[in-house]
Design a protein around this ligand. Sequence first.
Ligand SMILES: C[C@@H](NC(=O)c1ccc(Cl)c(S(N)(=O)=O)c1)c1ccccc1O
Ligand SMILES: [Zn+2]
Length: 259
Amino acid sequence: HHWGYGKEDGPSAWHRQYPVAKGNRQSPIDIIPNEARRDSTLGPIFLKYDQCRSLNIANNGHSVVVEFDDSDDRSVVLGGPLDNPYRLKQFHFHWGGKGCEGSEHTVAGVGYASELHVVHWNAVKYKTYNDAAAAPDGLAVLGIFLELGDDHRWLHMITDALYMVKFKGSATDFKGFNPKCLLPSSLHYWTYLGSLTTPPLHESVTWIVLKEPIVVSEKQLGMFRMLQFNGEEEDQRMRMENNFRPPQNLKERIVRSSN
Ligand SMILES: C[C@@H](NC(=O)c1ccc(Cl)c(S(N)(=O)=O)c1)c1ccccc1O
Ligand SMILES: [Zn+2]
């Protein structure tokens, strides 16, 4: 019996199979800008994505994921709170139902319609992504909020492919996509030590949450909701929406702010 986002198998039940769900550095959190510590030692982040090689887009039964070739250091995030470059591995989204919030992080208690996570791993210290995903300094995730407004000029490249990955377990080639086109104009960020927001909830993520959201249209976001949590052969049809974990306890952590 697998985890999900429903009443029985959702975030409030995950601790049974993944006790770290009640740990000391869980994600997401509510970010309170006035309580974030402005840290002048925090430099800018750099996203070296020009040589990135996207491979495929897939429906993993929890979200839609675009995977990258991470066999070398061709695309990395560096700087900011990071001690070394982290290799681009994948990006995916979390979103709500029609008109509801859907982001994972919230800002002073307010959620956005969706949140994009760009996942990178520390290939300097760890041999494989799986090793890194279980290590306290193994992952660095860029969180980008999506707010509703006009059409996003590049998001159609993703939404146009969603019909190919409607069901859990489906995947299709997705070459030549550079996630740079999904970034806001400012790379100002909040950063804190946290976890995966999905099982296995490893406490291995240095979170870098951008302050400026990108703007997408309700029509574009609505395309994500035609995805299904279920596989094609399952008779129970479940629309993929509200695949977000709510904010967790900050415990003894502080959130730092770039200048
Ligand atoms: C749903 C999907 N989760 C991830 O791939 C995932 C990996 C790393 C991070 Cl850092 C995050 S996150 N949300 O914290 O950015 C999510 C997943 C989970 C378990 C098994 C299969 C599977 O596909
Ligand atoms: Zn995520």
